[in-house]
Design a protein around this ligand. Sequence first.
Ligand code: IPD
Ligand code: CA
Ligand code: CA
Length: 273
Amino acid sequence: MHPMLNIATRAAKRAGDIIVRALDQIDYLAIDSKGKNDFVSEVDRAAEQEIIHILRKAYPHHHFLGEEGGRFGNSSEPEFLWIIDPLDGTTNFLHRFPQFAVSIALRYQGQIEQAVVYDPLRQEMFTATRGAGAMLNNRRIRVSKQTTMEGALLGTGFPFKQQQFLDNYLNMFRALFKDSAGIRRAGAAALDLAYVACGRMDGFWEIGLQPWDMAAGVLLIQEAGGIISDFDGNDRYLEIGNIVAGTPKLHAMICRRIEPFVTDELRVPQHAV
Ligand code: IPD
Ligand code: CA
Ligand code: CA
């Protein structure tokens, strides 16, 4: 395993321990709201601090971008940037709904090079290094062989923080709902992308993601033989925040079906990444 990936998996496990231990104390946690339907608990913050502490000890000159404010380094285009979601699926976690994960990605010279998504309840460690394939608990994973919408299991996320896109979203949903075998909304985007990478879902789309929701999942899917893009089929997903992923065939089919509902507001860059 690449040494940087090794350290990232160690950090993800430590964060996972913090999260799982806290499950017993959810009723006593301090919870803040960052915006509409956007919550953060002291567990998110503690997990992020632990991850950054471990990574910084090993790589003191690297830069960090963590969802909960963990930012270190001041260059606008850092050579090494760790992109961290310490707890993806906070709303699930706060409800003891067992679907959440830790997501850590390393971007080097503008490209995601290392990726970890860790589900601490199932102890599933999804990893990827650019050019070396994607793994689940050290065994190689691939996207599914699904080639048709008929029989496909899709994943999605609802735009509950950007409700101005509800109509666009519902039209997309209707266009994909008709022929697919089913659509799941599990509530942790990083894990959704990991599930596409290992073939548990055949395709995925969501409006309004943040870079830390996607960065690790993107590399997992690419290294597992899948395709990922923004709604126009281009690679500006980290900036724009809208994503389509899937097996090569399913990715193309999803893009085609949602295209009529992609308005210009859905093309505006949201993040400087
Ligand atoms: C959220 C989850 C969810 C997605 C949201 C994300 P968080 O991340 O990934 O599935 O629909 O857009 O913000 O806030 O729980 O880290
Ligand atoms: Ca997230
Ligand atoms: Ca989070």
